[in-house]
Design a protein around this ligand. Structure first.
Ligand code: GAL
Ligand code: CA
Length: 328
């Protein structure tokens, strides 16, 4: 009898503990799952979640409506904090209002909400990298090359004829990388002539298609290619290879951004002239650490998250220039 009672008691205790188990969870939604750089960030968030407050990670399949529903779902299922890589950064305001109403703190990464949206609530954070720096660094890589390789001026007119393959329109990384790339070259006294620019949505296959188009319009007159990320640069390199580049002395300087594993391989084999390291691991870790502090009811500090907070609610992870000689 006593034994049975004890058993019932322990079973009851087990269940009450289990249902009482209010261990917090962090909901995470990324704009799409097949973006190389974002996948690296997501992997790091998943790794971090294995050590401490667990994470539930979803992809919005590039649909803002779907992402909004995922966020509502996280709120309903009691998420203690939410990490968002928004599909459309202009939708951040609506997301912030929803989370504010339910008091669920938010950490955005990679797609920066505009200042007015960030000002709506103080439990909103942003982790990213300064797009203008990456553009400037990419421009410096090409400037260094151009100024030390007179033969790069293929038509000998003293100007640099170049093309740009852009990321998604409206994304801060697209606009600022493009702007500061050309500014850096101009500041070095280089005369520029932009032959073409088009978007390839951060995507390798589209990058190849866009480059094929540029080659068919302008072929031999193109003297350099800047892609807003490595995947599109790699697509451009495929198109260039098909057109006979990177063999028999035919060369084209191609610059990307991210330094993804595939980008590094291209640096090593000499098809990618240079790239800019976009530190996925630290962006993922910083976003997670902030969300963990918020989920456990604390106000994040630089000390507690291990990254410097700027203006109380921003973490900026630095970019670094990456050339073949920087590879170990
Ligand atoms: C950029 C990155 C791109 C792409 C984009 C997605 O920072 O360089 O490769 O991942 O974010 O928003
Ligand atoms: Ca020229």
């Amino acid at each position: 009898m006593k034994k049975t009672l004890l058993l019932i008691l322990s079973v009851l205790m087990f269940f009450s503990c289990a249902s009482d188990d209010s261990s917090p969870e962090i909901g995470v939604t990324v704009y799409r799952s097949d973006d190389s750089f974002i996948s690296e960030v997501r992997n790091e968030i998943a790794r971090a979640g294995g050590d401490s407050v667990p994470v539930r990670i979803l992809s919005a399949d590039n649909k803002q409506q779907k992402q909004n529903e995922q966020i509502e779902d996280f709120i309903e299922s009691g998420a203690a904090a939410i990490i968002v890589n928004s599909v459309d950064r202009t939708a951040s305001g609506v997301i912030i209002e929803k989370c504010m109403k339910n008091d669920v703190p938010l950490v955005f990464f990679n797609r920066e909400p505009v200042k007015d949206d960030m000002a709506k609530w103080d439990k909103v954070y942003y982790v990213g990298a300064r797009a203008e720096d990456s553009g400037r660094m990419a421009g410096e890589i090409l400037a260094d090359y151009w100024l030390s390789h007179p033969e790069a001026d293929k038509n000998g007119d003293g100007a640099l004829q170049f093309v740009i393959i852009k990321g998604e329109t409206g994304h801060q990384d697209t606009e600022l990388r493009t702007e500061y790339f050309t500014e850096a070259l101009t500041e070095r006294g280089i005369l520029l002539e932009k032959l073409h620019e088009d978007t390839a949505m951060w995507n390798r296959d589209l990058g190849r298609d866009v480059m094929n188009g540029f080659l068919s319009y302008s072929g031999e007159t193109i003297e350099a290619v800047f892609a807003n990320n490595d995947d599109m640069a790699l697509g451009a390199i495929e198109a260039l290879k098909d057109a006979g580049y990177f063999m028999n002395g035919k060369y084209m300087p191609v610059i990307g951004i991210d330094a993804t594993p595939a980008g590094r391989r291209a640096l090593r084999d000499g098809t990618l002239l240079g790239t800019v390291f976009n530190d996925a691991e630290n962006q993922g870790r910083a976003a997670y650490n902030i969300a963990r502090e918020l989920a456990e009811g604390r106000v994040p500090t630089s000390e507690s998250i291990g990254y410097e907070l700027t203006d109380s609610r921003y973490v900026w992870i630095p970019y670094t220039t990456m050339l073949k000689s920087d590879l170990i």
